[in-house]
Design a protein around this ligand. Sequence first.
Ligand SMILES: [Mg+2]
Length: 391
Amino acid sequence: MEEEDMQYGILRFEEPKRNTSRKIIHIDMDAFYASVEIRENPSLKNKPVIIARHPRETGGRGVVATASYEARKFGIHSAMSSQKAYELCPQGIFIPANFDLYREVSRQMHAIFHRYTDKIQPLSLDEAYLDVTDNLINQKSGTIIAQNIQRDIYKELQLTCSAGVSYNKFIAKLASDYKKPKGITVIPPDKAQAFLFSLPIEKFHGVGAKSVEKMHALNIFSGEDLYNKTELELVESFGKMGHSLYRKVRGIDDSEVINDREPKSIGKESTFLENLTTENEVIQSLRVLSRKVMANLKKKEKHGKTVVLKIRYEDFQTYTRRRTFQDYIKDEDQLFQIALSIWEEESMDLGVRLLGITVTSLESVIYETIPLPLWKKSEDERNKIEHEDKT
Ligand SMILES: [Mg+2]
């Protein structure tokens, strides 16, 4: 930081200060909904996939949620009317959005993020900021963490994402958008000003279409043009946003990564020092994991209907199998039975290196909707009565 402050030493006297001590990653999935659909149905690969109901079925109403990169070549983009998309690409494959599925995949992404940091701020199902200044793997390099996340997401979810790495949220988000798909863009403090200068003003997120028009009228086309306006000029034209633009174009954004404290899933994994080679060892381990997961769910007052079993074999092939139930999973034994039933569909040809159980799609336990405590109590009382009867 010192060297760079020298570089802008003249300005520094009157400029607001930059805090460059944080490491922030912005992750953005590539064509998320479309990519998930293509993953689920590989025959869609390399085809123009448009996530929207076909305008034929909607009388021309409806908008595009996402389009695959092939569809984008026809000029199709999200928020476009599906009628327009159809006109641009009549051979496009229209698929109605399946948000339950996307939410589920998003939870899996977040489970991956949580391996590295608990300071995560989701912006949507497919985008999040991560503060990795202090992280769970004691890795000093934000770049390496971003690469790990990209790798994990690709290996485990068969999806790609783009990452931006910098010292604040504003630049990290611009960076993730810089090279897409599968990109990683790192903007260290000493490259930030040049990066911001070079960007077309349309790219500054938070600057809407109306403001862009206004900027162009003021001869602001790039970050550099914006930088050359005084704070007063910007405030006169853009009000409160003028202050923040003045700071952002100078690489200043101290906004925190605001934790989403509500856990979407609770899970536990065990990696074994020696691979498990017998069914019995696996069953024992599933029992222990079920107990720990259920204890954690109770502590956080959450419950869920979906169980995910993760298995990594000695050859490092990793599988996740899930099962969703009609009702909330109520206790450790039920969780164990479910995990076991998923496991029973696996063959044990290879040693097991890792097992994990996760309960996802969590909801808060609300007193009225959960008869469990009452039911439990009555059962306990019943036992007690039975016991008393015997004595
Ligand atoms: Mg995205």
